[in-house]
Ligand binder design. Structure first.
Ligand SMILES: Cc1cc2nc3c(=O)[nH]c(=O)nc-3n(C[C@H](O)[C@H](O)[C@H](O)COP(=O)(O)O)c2cc1C
Length: 258
């Protein structure tokens, strides 16, 4: 039987090589600097292909265990859109937006997605490393399953604390609260792709957590296994769309070299 540590440590013997596309730091710098939180948009529409492409880019974000615990609701129905604007407190960034996307973090899709991954492994002709198969077969169910109402949590806590005395152990997620953090982390990374994606096309965005999450969930027909990560509005900035120059505190305050 293979050592469970192999799942993390062993480098699989594969010769997969990616073809890298041309990039330039200059254009990335422009995309990053052009992205501002825009609160007032013009009437200019965004071509549907642009929003579609940006959403496809969202799905390419790195995500925990590749379990893709996210959903993105591109709200197109005018009635739903109006309800959503209301749930966003009618803020101008929502009210004047051409597009509204709700990013949803999913707490329980890891289960079917784990199955989907294993089915994919079984149906592909590509060589799947033993460690990858073991990861989804053995480790994922143990790590992410918190039991009904998080009942496994206290047992996990005791086990992890004891095992952690002697060696490094993965300590989270060990509660439903941890699962919320877990799914929001991944979903927020995809949100950044959306915002930078629109920026690359010359459109603007605003991320919004200023909303009534219960109402947003109701509009989308979502239950307690879903969490609203943020709503992203998009459009073309109006002259008064950016409220002021970008403010950031000195970088030494946040970048720690140790
Ligand atoms: C998670 C999150 C939630 C936010 N919620 C709102 C919001 O509800 N309304 C709003 O006008 N801006 C919102 N913002 C935008 C921030 O105020 C903005 O990013 C910050 O002031 C920095 O400005 P910049 O994005 O132009 O660099 C949010 C940003 C993030 C990351």
């Amino acid at each position: 039987m293979s050592d469970p540590a192999d799942i993390f440590n062993k480098i699989p013997e594969l010769n997969h090589e990616e073809t890298l596309k041309d990039v330039s730091p200059e254009s990335f710098d422009n995309i990053i600097n052009n992205r501002r939180s825009v609160r007032v948009y013009t009437e200019e529409k965004i071509p549907a292909e642009v929003t579609q492409k940006v959403l496809e880019w969202a799905l390419l974000a790195p995500n925990s265990s590749n379990l893709q615990c996210w959903e993105f609701y591109w709200v197109q129905d005018p009635k739903k859109k109006a309800e959503l604007v209301k749930a966003l407190f009618n803020q101008p960034a929502a009210r004047t937006a051409q597009e509204l996307i709700v990013a949803v973090a999913k707490l329980k899709t890891w289960k079917p997605h784990r199955r989907q991954m294993l089915d994919l492994f079984n149906s592909t002709h590509q060589k799947i490393p033993t460690s990858a198969r073991a990861y989804y077969e053995k480790l994922v169910p143990v790590v992410y399953n918190q039991g009904p109402m998080g009942i496994f949590g206290p047992f996990k806590r005791i086990f992890i604390s004891a095992a952690g005395l002697f060696r490094p152990v993965p300590r989270e997620p060990k509660s439903i609260a941890d699962m919320r953090v877990w799914s929001h982390k991944t979903t927020a990374l995809a949100c950044e792709n959306i915002m930078l994606g629109f920026s690359a096309y010359g459109y603007d965005t605003c991320p919004m957590e200023g909303h009534d999450s219960a109402r947003v969930k109701k509009i989308l027909g979502l239950g307690c296994e879903s969490e609203i990560c943020m709503v992203i509005s998009a459009g073309k900035r109006a002259k008064n769309g950016v409220y002021g120059p970008r403010i950031r505190f000195p970088s030494e305050q946040f970048i720690k070299k140790i």
